[in-house]
Design a binder for this molecule. Structure first.
Ligand code: ZN
Length: 272
């Protein structure tokens, strides 16, 4: 994919790589080698509205909480000394454009994040080797329903961040070598034209190599796994007064060097 044109990988590779993007990660080295020798293919036009997530059905999804100092502070927490890890269930995944339903009784918040997709199995990986295990980077929103998140005796991060449509990613995957410095990338989001989050990944408490190294010392990270790396300051519940997403809102999420996603929000149909 390059702007508005793309290559039909299944056709161009004569069936060696299938139409499901999730399957290329299992054979990522071979896919990259094929893509390099495929040269400059004659792309065909793509309707961006039809794009789905770059890694639609990962076996594992990791998300890191409180991973920027100012966001930890606005959330009323100390800067963590150990990554705070939860998951976003894959059925909550959606593509980079479109409408997302807001739960009727909730307070849904925005969280723009850099998202990494694993390209090579990672097991007890030292920090210095971690980038080698990343297939590429994309944009993510870790949409979060703050009422359910804190309901009950212990926080419910995973469920409150997994309503239908709450995990958009895209619009495509950019390989780490495409960035001047993959450890210093700007990201942000704009709500109804107002810039509400803007940060650089050099300010991550645990950066991408550190996340991969630490997680991979607990369990293997598998090709196609998705990692939401954490959101910077500027979320709605950290504001005074607090602010949450409302029907009709439009949210543009961007990462410099990747592009942008655009979503609008609608009320959930009345129960009945
Ligand atoms: Zn988050």
């Amino acid at each position: 994919m390059n702007g508005a044109t793309a290559v039909d990988v299944e056709k161009a590779s004569e069936g060696r790589f299938g139409p499901d993007p999730q399957t290329v990660y299992a054979d990522w080295d071979a896919f990259c080698a094929w893509a390099r020798q495929a040269g400059e293919p004659d792309g065909h036009a793509v309707d961006p509205a039809r794009l789905g997530p770059p890694a639609p059905e990962p076996r594992q999804v990791f998300a890191i909480g409180l991973n920027y100092r100012e966001h930890a502070a606005e959330s009323g927490h100390e800067v963590p000394t150990e990554p705070t890890v939860f998951t976003k269930f894959p059925a909550s995944f959606t593509g980079p454009y479109g409408q997302i339903e807001l739960p009727g009784d909730g307070r849904t918040d925005w969280e723009v994040e850099l998202v990494a997709v694993i390209g090579r199995r990672a097991e007890r990986v030292p920090r210095a080797d971690a980038w080698h295990h990343v297939a590429g980077l994309t944009i993510g929103q870790d949409l979060s329903e703050r009422v359910r998140q804190s309901r009950g005796p212990a926080p419910q991060f995973s469920l409150a961040k997994s309503f239908t449509g709450f995990s958009p990613t895209g619009p495509w995957l950019v390989t780490p070598d495409e960035f001047a410095d993959p450890d210093d990338i700007e990201l942000g989001c704009v709500l109804n034209g107002e810039h509400v989050q803007r940060a650089r990944t050099r300010d991550l408490v645990f950066d991408v190599p550190e996340i991969i190294s630490r997680l991979s010392h607990v369990l293997p990270l598998l090709p196609g796994d998705v990692i939401f790396t954490g959101t910077p300051a500027g979320v709605g519940f950290g504001r005074n007064p607090q602010r949450f997403l409302a029907p009709g809102d439009e949210l543009v999420s961007y990462v410099t060097g990747i592009g942008e996603m655009k979503h609008s929000f609608m009320a959930a149909p009345a129960a009945g």
